[in-house]
Structure formats: structure tokens, C-alpha cells
Design a binder for this molecule. Structure first.
Ligand code: MRU
Length: 354
């Protein structure tokens, strides 16, 4: 199916996975071909592809590539691929959700012919991607309904078509509000250090004709104090049972700023990004990424040689700072524990890991 965004973040051709290389955007639109699970795992680690749902979808296709290359019974043969793909990035729960779903599919067909098991895995990965696109549309609809007329919305990182199988989570809300005529402008935090906002959100919204202005991360407080922001809308990598939410580093600071200025703060993500098995945010493993992402921009060194830096890729926003969590199933408000339990109880067995 041709994406409505005009570019394919994840393009499965049946024997090769083609990924839009997000490290090169916006300067170059180039595509990386992955023909085995190892190169697929490397593409996730290196952030050729990134964003919680996109990571899960990519890993599912990595399993399909491993199955195509495997000899003999698949359950044993695929164990290294499942382990290798799971070791790529720790914070977004969609990776583990998608791998669990692929494992469950494999277990259901493992006693049959290998060719049929391969076909079943291929179909499961395609379903994960297709269902994600449908969820994005629903999130866009639910989230856009929260915004006022003439909304000026700040977003952080990239929670768009580059991060999902559809037109995004938070960015689906922004795209939908623009189509509905309620969005005046999107402000995109540049999102140091990997610059997903400046490079990726600005690229995809500009392409879609949505008015977007990039600000550096430390301008958000000033813009709010000036009365320039009506809502902050971001994606999430993992929401846990009590509603605490992990997202790109800097999200927590925005939520605190929103509380101070009385601006609504909304998280948007699919139920596949919810981890009901973790009680609260303290259970979320925060990925530490290479120092070089902080010490350099491209080839240029910014930090003196030998000076230590920190590079946590995510932070956790406590549930108490969140005005609503939007999924494909609707809008949740505090108290989030029961709201999350109720939404997940309603999700069919094929849609979530058991
Ligand atoms: O490190 P990244 O670029 O994978 O981080 C992505 C984010 O933090 C997104 O906001 C999150 O995955 C939600 S996107 C649908």
C-alpha cells in the first residue's frame, strides 16, 4: 500500500526491507536495504529507523528475514535473531511487544511445514505494520478533538510518519488538526542531541504543507511565557500501569513547564506502547546512547576533548503532570491506572502480547 505521506519509512518487499535512512534527513533522502536480521538490528541500533512503533515493525520484519535464511525447525533457528533484535534498544516497549507477537505466531505454526511457518511470520509482520497505520488514523482523530480553534501546538522529538507505520502518533494529531482547520501552527523542538525535531518533524510537516517553526529546546519556556503555545502534544515510548510515561529526553521538562503555565500536556501513542506489567516509571530502563551524539554535531566537535558528557535518550514524565493520554481507543484521563486497565481489557487477544 502506498503511504499517503509520499514517502515510505519501512518498505517490505518480501525478501528485503527498505528503510528510509533517517540519519541522513533532511539533507539526503536515501534508502538502506536490509537483507538479513543482523543488518536490520544494526539499523535499529544506529537509528536509521527510530520511533517506538517503527522500531517494533522493523524488528518484526527482521524476524521474517531470519526465517527466510534459516535451515530446519524455526523455533531453535530463530532464537539468536529474537535475542539480537531485542538487544537493540531498551526503552520503547513496542520492540518487545512486536517480538512477542512474532514468537506467539511462530509457536502456533511451529509443528507445520517450514514454508508455512515462514509465510505465517511474513503475514504477521505485515499485519503489525498495517494495524499500526490504522491506529495512527484513530489517534489523530481522538487527539485533534482536544485542541482549540487556532491551536499553536508544541511537539518534541519526532512522533510522525517517520516513527510509525502510518502518519504518526502526536504528529497524526497535528496533521489531522491542520486538515480540520483548527491548527494555526506547530512548533517543533529541535530535540538535542539527535535533532529529531529539527531534522525529521520539520521535514515531514513541511512536506505535508503543515506550518512548522523550529525552536531550540531551551526556547520552550520563553514561548509559553509569551502566551504562544496552546497545547503540548508528544508521543511516548512506554506508558506503564500507573500512567507514568517515557519519551524522548526533554519531555519531562516540557510537562513541568506546562504545569507552571497552565498549558495542557498530552501524550499520544498506540496501546502497543503501553506496558501494563511495569508498575511505575522507576521500572523503565532508560537507554544511554553514545557520547558522540552529544560531543559532536555531524563531524564537528562541540565539547572539549576529555570532558565527560551524559546521554540518556529518554526521561519519564510522572502521571501527575499529564492532562490526557490518547490511544487509538480514545482519550484517558487521571486516574490512569483504572483507565489503562479498562482500555487494555478491551483490546482483542491478537492485538497484544498475552
Ligand atoms: O530515540 P527515538 O528517536 O527512537 O525516540 C523516539 C521518541 O521518543 C518518540 O517521541 C516516541 O517513540 C513516540 S513516536 C511514535
Amino acid at each position: 500500500m502506498k503511504p499517503t505521506t509520499g514517502f515510505a519509512t519501512i518498505d517490505w518487499r518480501g525478501d528485503v526491507l527498505i528503510l528510509l535512512d533517517q540519519r541522513k534527513l533532511p539533507v539526503e533522502e536515501t534508502y538502506l536495504h536490509c537483507a538479513d536480521w543482523q543488518s536490520t538490528a544494526e539499523a535499529i541500533t544506529e537509528m536509521v529507523v527510530r520511533g517506538a512503533p517503527a522500531i517494533g515493525i522493523t524488528a518484526a520484519y527482521g524476524v521474517v528475514l531470519a526465517a527466510r535464511a534459516a535451515d530446519g525447525p524455526l523455533e531453535d533457528a530463530l532464537a539468536p535473531a529474537f535475542a539480537g533484535l531485542a538487544a537493540t534498544r531498551p526503552t520503547a516497549v513496542n520492540l518487545f511487544w512486536a517480538l512477542d507477537r512474532m514468537k506467539a505466531r511462530l509457536a502456533a505454526v511451529a509443528d507445520g511445514p517450514v514454508a508455512e511457518a515462514r509465510a505465517a511470520l511474513d503475514a504477521e509482520a505485515r499485519a503489525i505494520q498495517a494495524e499500526d497505520a490504522v491506529m495512527c488514523t484513530a489517534m489523530g482523530r481522538h487527539g485533534a478533538a482536544l485542541l482549540p480553534e487556532g491551536a499553536r501546538v508544541l511537539t518534541h522529538c519526532n512522533a510522525g510518519a517517520l516513527a510509525t507505520g502510518g502518519d504518526g502518533t502526536a504528529v497524526a494529531v497535528i496533521r489531522r488538526a491542520w486538515r480540520d482547520g483548527t491548527l494555526a501552527r506547530c512548533y517543533a523542538d529541535e530535540t538535542r542531541p539527535f535533532l529529531q525535531g529539527a531534522r525529521l518533524t520539520a521535514w515531514e510537516l513541511d512536506r505535508a504543507g503543515v506550518p512548522v517553526t523550529v525552536i531550540t529546546d531551551n526556547m520552550a519556556g520563553w514561548l509559553m511565557a509569551e502566551g504562544g503555545i496552546d497545547a503540548v502534544v508528544v508521543g511516548f515510548d512506554r506508558v506503564v500501569a500507573n500512567g507514568d510515561a517515557a519519551n524522548k529526553i526533554g519531555t519531562y521538562a516540557l510537562a513541568v513547564l506546562c504545569k507552571h503555565h497552565g498549558i495542557p500536556f498530552y501524550f499520544v501513542g498506540p496501546t502497543s506502547s503501553i506496558d501494563p506489567a511495569s508498575a511505575d516509571g522507576a521500572a523503565i530502563r532508560i537507554e544511554r546512547r553514545p557520547d558522540r551524539e552529544v560531543t559532536h554535531v555531524g563531524p564537528t566537535r562541540l565539547v572539549p576533548e576529555g570532558v565527560p558528557v551524559l546521554n540518556p535518550a529518554f526521561d519519564v514524565t510522572p502521571a501527575a503532570l499529564i492532562d490526557a493520554i490518547v490511544t487509538e481507543r480514545g482519550v484517558m484521563r487521571a486516574p490512569y491506572g483504572p483507565a489503562i486497565a479498562a482500555q487494555l481489557a478491551d483490546v482483542g487477544p491478537g492485538e497484544r502480547r498475552s
